[in-house]
Design a binder for this molecule. Structure first.
Ligand code: HAM
Length: 426
């Protein structure tokens, strides 16, 4: 196929069922999140590269290998956003949102870009809906965030989900843990992948996130202790409180002591929601607390917590559980002209019904039998026929395809009849 007739590898066009799944997910997310007091924020799809280098972290795979980075015409380094949180925090600082009543609750949705190896459930352009609570360090905010993502997924009908929760402690805990990792892994330096040899120097914790079989085997062989065992009193207490709150809220979870997440900004709680019927890319979403990200990006300290769900993954999960997307829209009426010269009258009729009534019309002439068949094929309840008499008098013949009843009505009366039905289930 020619390059110009093919979407770039790892990207795809959304239409039909797929976009209706995404629309349903977004509608439910908006309803839940706005009912909880969140406002929507749409940040640009590209930012200065530094926002992600600093925000997501220099030692992450995302920053080192997966960003779409380019120079703009003025030679500034720009990156297509690989995730939403860093941009949201940049906007929080830029617009002085710290003076708003705290915490602020922000939701967002849109495309994200990561140059990963494409496979089922993993694209280079994918879509997320996300939620951030900025300005509170309370464990209750962590519980609220998890609760809302869970409720959104449940509201879509999903049942086969597992919440995996862990903690990455605070910076002191991680320092202690990194020392420990250093001491156990340095004697086995040669057995590590080259990436992990680099990580051992820059950020040993990242080795736990490695997908290289030799790293996974080594960590298993050495029976490396989890970070949870290195957490101080404060971190342990926070984690216990979050777990207790989830139990009180009736949200089942499993502890994942090895949860690392692919982003550097996390502190304390980190979680992922996996789906049991999806293969290797089973995370529907993930999130966690980030207590120093606002400072890292140049703002006054403000702790936060949040998550993002992947719309393509949630769609796959819904399909796997046999759930349906939003119904395809059907017209209430399908209008056709009996002769080509009445096509404009058909448009005139349709526009007098729009937008309350879903009305489609034909641009070409149709014989009655063919027009009626076409109306049925499109799932319309009514057919509208424009012939010589109708065209001459701003009228339309309306046929109820269920009762077969037919009457000639002025456009005004027809509009009143159809608007009365107002797209009731038909
Ligand atoms: P993340 O875990 O990197 O977190 O991404 C969240 C979700 O986006 C994943 O669980 C997955 O469903 C989806 N996703 C990620 N990469 C891809 C891909 N290449 N193709 C398809 N889907 C993908 C974040 O992005 C954080 N910003 C979440 C967060 C918000 N943490 C705090 N606040």
């Amino acid at each position: 196929m020619k390059l110009v007739t093919r979407a770039v590898k790892g990207t795809h066009d959304l239409f039909g069922d797929e976009i209706r799944f995404q629309r349903k997910i977004l509608r439910n997310a908006r309803q839940w999140l706005e009912s909880a007091g969140a406002f929507e924020l749409a940040t640009p799809v590209f930012e200065f590269t530094e926002v992600f280098q600093r925000g997501v972290g220099q030692t992450t795979d995302i920053v080192q290998k997966e960003m779409y980075t380019f120079s703009d015409r003025a030679g500034r380094s720009i990156t297509l956003r690989p995730e939403g949180t860093a941009g949201v925090i940049r906007a929080f600082i830029e617009h002085g949102m710290k003076v708003m009543p705290q915490p602020v609750r922000i939701w967002y949705a849109g495309p994200m870009f990561r140059a990963e190896r494409p496979q089922k459930g993993r694209q280079r352009q994918f879509h997320q809906v996300g939620y951030e609570i900025i300005g509170s360090d309370s464990y209750v905010a962590d519980a609220e965030a998890i609760l809302l993502s869970y409720k959104i997924l449940e509201s879509l009908g999903l049942r086969q989900m597992r919440l995996r929760i862990g903690s990455v402690g605070d910076s002191q805990d991680r320092m202690k843990y990194n020392e420990y990792l250093n001491s156990v892994l340095t004697p086995h330096f040669d057995d590590l992948s080259t990436d992990s040899q680099r990580r051992l120097v820059s950020n040993p914790l990242r080795i736990l996130d490695s997908k290289a079989p030799q790293d996974i085997a080594l960590l298993q062989e050495l029976d490396v202790k989890p970070l949870l065992e290195f957490m101080g009193e404060k971190s342990r207490k926070h984690f216990e409180s979050v777990k207790k709150a989830l139990e009180d809220l009736g949200i089942a979870y499993t502890i994942d002591s090895r949860i690392v997440r692919g982003l550097d900004y996390y502190a304390h709680t980190a979680w992922e929601i996996h789906h049991e019927l999806l293969g290797s890319q089973s995370a529907l979403g993930g999130g966690g607390r980030y207590d120093t990200l606002v400072e890292t990006l140049g703002g006054a300290p403000s702790p936060g917590v949040g998550w993002a769900l992947g719309l393509e993954r949630v769609t796959l999960a819904m399909q796997a559980e046999g759930l349906s997307p939003d119904a395809a829209s059907r017209p209430l009426i399908y209008i056709f002209p009996l002769a080509a010269e009445f096509a404009e009258k058909a448009l005139l009729a349709a526009q007098s019904f729009w937008p309350q009534v879903s009305a489609q019309y034909s641009l070409s002439a149709k014989k009655p039998a063919k027009g009626l068949r076409e109306a049925e094929k499109r799932g319309a309840k009514y057919a509208g026929i424009i012939g010589q008499d109708e065209a001459a008098s701003e009228a339309i013949t309306i046929k109820n395809l269920h009762t077969k009843e037919q009457k000639l009505l002025s456009l005004k009366d027809a509009a009143a009849l159809l608007k009365g039905e107002n797209n009731e289930a038909h």
